[in-house]
Design a protein around this ligand. Structure first.
Ligand code: GUN
Length: 284
């Protein structure tokens, strides 16, 4: 029987730590961590994320700067706004909620955010720093997954880890973080041959595919740790992950549920990055 890894519990204790450090920074040198969140358009899922980010800022004593912009906001206007926020000393982190409307080029936007304020760690400078293991920010979802694995007390060193999915946001950086911890890592994707077999030899399996019930028991080794990054909706509209939980759970040593696993960690790691960006402004 797999032990549930509670993203809620791990997140709660991390948030308490972040809150204390933010308070200390404010008391020591009057710096209040500030996060600017920009949402263009009306995507309902994005609106929920943005609201949760605002709530997290309130909870942790951060200054939240919220920009809810219309669907028609132009790329030029958005780049101008980012330029202003890049120069604003009260803003330590800038997050532009993705996806953006079709008329705005995501890469251009990401390149415009100052790397020092890029709390998503999407800017090529930050991506490159992660590659060489010398970074200020880690992308929020993979960083949250690392915290969840570490919460099990199982060492990652020398383990065989399989990451399913190769996105810039999750799969690729996830593999790199595991590699930095001395794991042997395979990235699988839609063109991978023998995907089920490869997954079934993983000590730690991380799925970031975006398909409900994609990971079934035959793809999981007895005693594996299974981390489900999927955020899907089943036929009744209920939130579910990539893993067929009922099928897979009995074979695992540890497993994350959806909801309540990776999800709660992502915003917490964003807050951690924002605190770090503010800490970097502490007078030496
Ligand atoms: N949309 C979904 N996840 C994310 C994320 O981690 N960062 C940003 N900026 N947008 C997202």
């Amino acid at each position: 029987m797999g032990k549930l890894i509670s993203g809620k519990a791990v997140s709660t204790s991390l948030r308490a730590e972040i809150r204390e450090k933010a308070l200390a920074l404010r008391e020591d040198c009057g710096i209040q961590p500030g996060l600017a969140v920009i949402l263009v358009g009306n995507d309902p899922a994005s609106q929920i994320y943005v609201r949760n980010k605002q709530k997290a800022c309130e909870e942790l004593g951060f200054h939240a700067f919220e920009y809810k912009l219309s669907e028609n906001y132009t790329q030029e206007q958005l780049l101008d706004l980012i330029g202003v926020l890049n120069k604003d000393n009260k803003v330590h982190g800038i997050l532009v909620q993705l996806p953006l409307p079709d008329h705005i080029d995501e890469q251009t936007v990401i390149h415009t955010i100052s790397p020092e304020k890029d709390v998503d760690a999407f800017h090529p400078i930050n991506v490159g720093k992660i590659m060489i293991g010398d970074y200020d920010f880690l992308p929020c979802t993979p960083a949250g997954v690392m915290e969840l694995i570490d919460s099990t007390g199982v060492s990652i060193d020398g383990k065989y880890c399989v990451v399913v999915g190769r996105s810039n946001i999750v799969g690729k950086p996830m593999a790199m973080l595991l590699l930095h911890r001395n794991a042997t890592v395979t990235i699988c994707h839609s063109h991978t041959k023998n995907l089920a077999e490869i997954c079934a030899s993983a000590d730690i399996l991380v799925s970031a595919v975006g398909k409900a019930d994609f990971i079934t028991a035959n793809m999981v080794k007895e005693g594996a740790i299974v981390i489900d990054v999927g955020m899907n909706h089943d036929e009744n509209g209920k939130l579910c992950g990539d893993v067929d939980f009922a099928d897979v759970e009995p074979k695992t040593s540890f497993i994350t549920p959806v909801p309540g696993g990776v999800g709660p960690m992502t915003i917490t790691m964003l807050m951690k990055n924002t605190l770090h960006a503010a800490e970097l402004k502490r007078p030496k």
